[in-house]
Design a protein around this ligand. Structure first.
Ligand code: AMP
Ligand code: MG
Length: 327
């Protein structure tokens, strides 16, 4: 079974083709173009959507060429229907609808967060993990129970990715800033005190954001080091509590921030203490990509028919914990 997945929720426009045989998927191609705002600025939704519209023909044709498939070979077309930025979501949906209607291919709207989780499971082999989803759009601790992903902890305000990106932009770097911040943090061992806020099983990063801006003049490397140590310890504490509570024996980290080595080190040492297996999405597939959408569509297609074209939708705030998982 061959699936085309289209991702366009925020900064990335991506198309990917996955072939599913039995329970396993093989990624045949995953092509991406990333919208990069000017240094110091965040994503402008209209600019990002223009970027996606302009790049979609090239990304799609490169994707099909690399996978060595023709549009007519595809069994399903899937698109990220939310959560995300409205103007960006609409580009992916329009491309998917056009292909589905012209070539008469079943269409599947996919939840982007579910994509991060399922692709992470498929690529790592995790079976029933506690999931830490840390990205530009999410900071959530989740476990699967009675057909739904249940939230065991989340951010009360901004996400971990936003925290890193906002500090990076404030310091004048180009977004997304996570990799640059990680590189700078690795050059320091000087910890500058910062507020640590864990509330029950949730975390709050907004006070940390303001306090970190104030210490930048003391040195950008020690600032990045201190920010990472504080934010990652907070999320580590919340994750450790959820591990104890749920008794899960696997932890899976997905989302763009999962690419961070220091975060993995902290979480894997927590897993050792709890005799729990540690899985992290491969760096190339941690962040937003067409594969996450393509794979969920394939899983869903084993249990349900495609959506009627007139019922296809985009939903900017489509929460993961509202979805009943059928497969
Ligand atoms: P996503 O929305 O899943 O594509 O994730 C994007 C987020 O991941 C952005 O906030 C990036 O700054 C962040 N990110 C990417 N690579 C790293 C890294 N190595 N360390 C920390 N954050 C990262
Ligand atoms: Mg994402």
């Amino acid at each position: 079974m061959l699936s085309l997945g289209i991702e366009s929720t925020a900064h990335t426009f991506s198309c990917a083709v996955i072939e599913k045989k039995g329970k396993q998927g093989t990624i045949l191609s995953d092509i991406r173009k990333i919208y990069r705002p000017p240094e110091g600025e965040g994503i402008h939704p209209r600019e990002a959507s223009r970027h996606h519209a302009e790049n979609s023909p090239e990304v799609l044709s490169e994707c099909l060429k690399k996978a060595n498939v023709k549009i007519n070979d595809l069994d399903i077309v899937c698109y990220a229907a939310g959560p995300g930025l409205g103007p960006c979501l609409r580009i992916g949906a329009v491309v998917a609808r056009s292909l589905a209607s012209y070539y008469d291919i079943p269409i599947y709207p996919v939840n982007h967060a579910l994509g991060h989780i399922e692709l992470g499971k498929m690529l790592t082999g995790a079976k029933d993990p506690l999931v830490l989803l840390v990205s530009g759009g999410h900071t959530m601790i989740l476990a699967f129970l009675s057909k739904k992903w249940r939230v065991f902890g989340e951010t009360l305000d901004i996400t971990l990715g936003q925290l890193l990106d906002q500090i990076g932009r404030y310091a004048g770097f180009a977004s997304p800033c996570g990799p640059k911040m990680e590189e700078l943090a690795s050059k320091s061992k000087e910890y500058l005190p910062l507020p640590y806020v864990v509330k029950g099983n949730d975390v709050s990063f907004s006070g940390l954001l303001s306090a970190t801006k104030r210490i930048i003049p003391k040195g950008i490397e020690s600032t990045c080091f201190s920010l990472q140590e504080t934010a990652f310890s907070m999320i580590g504490e919340a994750t450790e509590r959820a591990l104890s509570f749920t008794g899960k024996t696997e932890l899976l980290v997905v989302g763009g921030v999962a690419a961070n080595k220091r975060l993995s080190d902290i979480l894997s040492s927590i897993c050792k203490r709890h005799n729990c297996k540690f899985f992290v999405a491969p760096k190339e597939y941690a962040g937003d990509c067409g594969s996450q959408i393509s794979w969920v569509g394939l899983l869903e297609s084993s249990k349900k028919m495609g959506t009627n074209l007139e019922d296809t939708f985009v939903k900017q705030s489509w929460r993961l914990d509202n979805i009943e998982v059928l497969y």
